[in-house]
Design a protein around this ligand. Structure first.
Ligand code: PMP
Length: 383
């Protein structure tokens, strides 16, 4: 007999603790650490959005909203996503959630049957694989490679056996690599999904942080809208991580299924954050542009410094990450030694699954001063 009846379920026990978390618990206990490890903006939420949140509180707007989110917000989201040529009906095809995280989790549970194979383009954001397992599905890693600049290709999908998958989940602009995909590259993935009747979950949370060319959504390609769920949110572009607000765009019957879970588990996304988000969409575009300009400047700085140090790194064109090759064959050992010797925290690439081995994820969502210090210390460490 076990000591306590409070035992984790087999499903939970099968999912390991996040590799990133463990690393940062060590870093958190050290002094003088410059962290390039965090995946969140260093900017505060734009002032006007914060003011709108405060105003909503002062007016006592603190009750639940409609399950799928305030109509005014869904209407603005519908309008906002037209910039990516996405057209969704605010009443039936948009659901506002507690971060993109909730939307992604609920979508796995809404679409995946026990034993379903879910292809995950890797290296990947760390939540997909656990999300698939919590939903009872079988994750199928699809490795993307440095030599392809970490884009998803038909060849890589076939090599992984993704023909057999029911669902494909990917993220571009990508966390952790900073890779983006062009429309032509996405066409190849779209054709593969149509041929093998695979549904797609496209995590586009970094869409606004695309530094070269325009972001393309796979849902705009022929025959893809009906088989795709698109995710986006306010955490990254609007620096609203703590407000916990995201959304999914999908055909009405899929939004209905996601909402079946959401209405029982969440009821509605945070109300204060929804008020902030309306203001963000109405009036904070200049703030987003300014943050993008800053990220782009930092991106160029970090890429140039890595290049000067002789560290190989492909030119990441989105999100706020670069994914250089580790100067040592074992990226985990390098990250550990760098942290101990120079107090710079970076994340070993294998924390993001297959394809990440031998790489490091560095976030440039840090001030220029911190980035300069970090690069100086890395340079000193290598010498
Ligand atoms: N997708 C990706 C690729 C992310 O990097 C993150 C945040 N780290 C999320 C989703 C979750 O975002 P949210 O704060 O909206 O839940």
């Amino acid at each position: 007999m076990s000591e306590t009846p409070l035992q984790p379920s087999d499903r939970v026990a099968s999912v390991p603790e996040s590799g990133i978390r463990r690393f940062f618990e060590v870093a958190a206990e050290m002094d003088n650490v410059v962290s390039l490890g965090v995946g969140e903006p260093d900017f505060a939420t734009p002032y006007r959005a914060r003011e709108a949140a405060i105003d909503s509180l002062q007016r006592g707007r603190t009750s639940y909203t409609a399950n799928k989110g305030m109509v005014e917000l869904r209407e603005r989201i519908a309008d906002h996503v037209t910039r990516y040529d996405l057209n969704y009906d605010p009443d039936e095809e948009i659901i506002v959630t507690a971060g993109a995280s909730e939307a992604i989790d609920a979508t796995f549970r809404a679409l995946v049957n026990p034993g379903d194979s879910v292809a995950i383009a890797q290296p990947a954001y760390v939540s997909y694989e656990p999300g698939v397992r919590f939903a009872g599905g079988e994750p199928l890693p699809v490795e993307t490679r440095a030599e392809d600049e970490f884009v998803l290709t038909r060849e890589r999908l076939e090599a992984a056996g993704a023909q057999e998958a029911e669902l494909l989940v990917y993220c571009y602009p990508n966390n952790p690599t900073g890779a983006t995909m062009t429309e032509d590259e996405l066409r190849e993935v779209a054709a593969f999904c149509r041929e093998h009747d695979i549904a797609v979950m496209a995590d586009e949370i970094y869409a606004a942080l695309t530094y070269e060319g325009d972001h393309t959504s796979i849902a705009t390609l022929p025959g893809m809208r009906e088989r795709t769920v698109v995710f986006n949110g306010f955490s990254k572009a609007y620096a609203m991580t703590g407000m916990r607000l995201g959304y999914a765009l999908a055909p009405a019957h899929v939004v209905e299924s996601i909402n079946r879970i959401h209405q029982y588990t969440m009821l509605s996304a945070p109300t204060t954050a929804q008020h902030a988000a309306i203001e963000a969409l109405d009036n904070c575009e200049p703030d987003v542009e300014e943050m993008c300009t800053q990220y782009d400047r930092r991106r160029n700085f970090v890429l140039a410094r890595l290049d000067e140090m002789g560290i190989d790194c492909f030119e990441a064109t989105g999100a706020f990450y670069v994914f250089p090759e580790s100067p040592w064959p074992d990226a985990g050992e390098f990250a550990e030694a760098l942290l101990q010797a120079e107090q710079v925290a970076v994340v070993p690439g294998d924390a993001f699954g297959t394809g990440g081995e031998g790489h490091l994820r560095m976030s440039y969502a840090s001030s220029m001063d911190d980035l300069r210090t970090a690069m100086d210390r890395i340079e000193r460490f290598l010498e």
